[in-house]
Design a protein around this ligand. Structure first.
Ligand code: ZN
Length: 85
């Protein structure tokens, strides 16, 4: 059962292009909103998505995009630092 807080986390993830067939807890592989469009392997599920009870974390194995919704403060230290150009 999804509570209101988790619903908003899912909504935020969707706004960033993370579309899963369901958002129950677990690990998923989907197409990347950043790079799949422009790749030759358009259908390769290069984005790894981890859904936890109160957060959604995703990371692309191709373009290294990283995203997180929920528990930002707690998980921030576990997420590799983004290298800005
Ligand atoms: Zn990507």
């Amino acid at each position: 059962m999804i509570n209101k807080n988790e619903q908003s986390i899912i909504e935020k993830a969707r706004e960033q292009g993370i579309h899963l067939t369901n958002y129950s807890q677990g690990d998923y592989r989907v197409k990347c909103p950043e790079c799949s469009q422009s790749r030759r392997k358009k259908h390769e599920n290069c984005l790894s998505v981890t859904v936890a009870s109160d957060s959604i974390l995703w990371m692309c194995h191709h373009c290294d995009v990283i995203g997180l919704e929920g528990l930002k403060k707690v998980l921030a230290s576990n997420v590799p630092t983004l290298q800005l150009p």
